[in-house]
Design a protein around this ligand. Structure first.
Ligand code: FPP
Length: 250
């Protein structure tokens, strides 16, 4: 992945009223717990409804011609939740993979993973990797699932890899530039992040794609993740299209 060239990129973005479609959209899917609480349901029911919203978001992204959809399914901080909730989320992931693999194949969606997903144990790792393999040649859309992902850990690992390469004299310290760091990140083969959405009204990035979001448009929506649908996705793309992206220039 190369650093965004501001002038070049700005040409591809329309001014107010334009119809530019972001190539890469990322979503912090927040509000499952509050959605469940409002209905007097257990948190697991909120996560299940959240998984349905993932299906809708994926379909909407494909229909709108988005190339990459990255979703924050499990952060490295989520381990602090109760053992029961972690187990519910893991079970849901397993269920989703089983049920959705055929849809991914039918819709020509490639699955890609970021984060240290080895923490979920050999059985889920095997299922995840099988799904990645089976969808590897699909080209309509890439669904990136962030699992046990933390942006600071990702950047730290990149710095460590570059330090190792410098010590081994494969590179010189002066070779370490933005492109070199980006090339060590787990998103290296993906297009630049254009639009980052967070639901539930919280206005923070929570250690998600901190480097990648440097020039992304940020959109904070008031609705809870299980209520996210095609209309919300289309509305987000509309907001993206009318924003004037300057990349620090005028
Ligand atoms: C945040 O809501 C959401 C999560 C921690 C997990 C996201 C998981 C899903 C949407 C479902 C499973 C994903 C896949 C790919 C099948 P929260 O629980 O923090 O909500 P709250 O802030 O209202 O408590």
């Amino acid at each position: 992945m190369t650093s965004r060239a501001p002038a070049e990129e700005a040409e591809t973005v329309t001014q107010s009223g334009g119809t530019a479609v972001p190539r890469h959209v990322a979503i912090i899917m927040d509000g499952n717990g509050r959605w469940a609480q409002k209905r007097g349901l257990p948190r697991a029911a909120g996560h299940r409804a959240g998984a349905e919203a993932v299906r809708r978001a994926l379909q909407a992204a494909a229909d709108h011609g988005v190339e990459v959809l990255t979703i924050y399914a499990f952060s490295s901080e989520n381990w602090r939740r109760s053992a029961e909730e972690v187990s519910d989320l893991t079970a849901l992931m397993r269920f989703y993979l089983e049920r959705e693999l055929r849809t991914l194949e039918k819709e020509r969606v490639r699955l890609h993973l970021i984060g240290d997903y080895s923490a979920f144990g050999p059985e889920l790792v095997e299922r995840l990797e099988r799904a990645v393999e089976r969808t590897a040649s699909n080209t309509r859309l890439t669904l990136v699932i962030a699992l046990n992902y933390g942006s600071r850990a990702e950047i730290t690992a990149a710095a460590r890899n570059l330090a190792d390469k410098a010590r081994a004299r494969e590179i010189r310290p002066c070779d370490i530039d933005e492109d070199a760091i980006a090339a060590e990140l787990q998103t290296r083969d993906l297009p630049e992040l254009d639009l980052l959405i967070r639901t539930s009204g919280e206005v923070r990035l929570s250690n998600f794609l901190l480097w990648q979001a440097a020039y992304a448009e940020l959109l904070f929506l008031d609705l809870l993740w299980p209520d996210f649908d095609e209309k919300a996705f289309a509305g987000a793309l509309d907001q993206y299209a009318v924003r004037q992206r300057r990349f620090g220039g005028r």
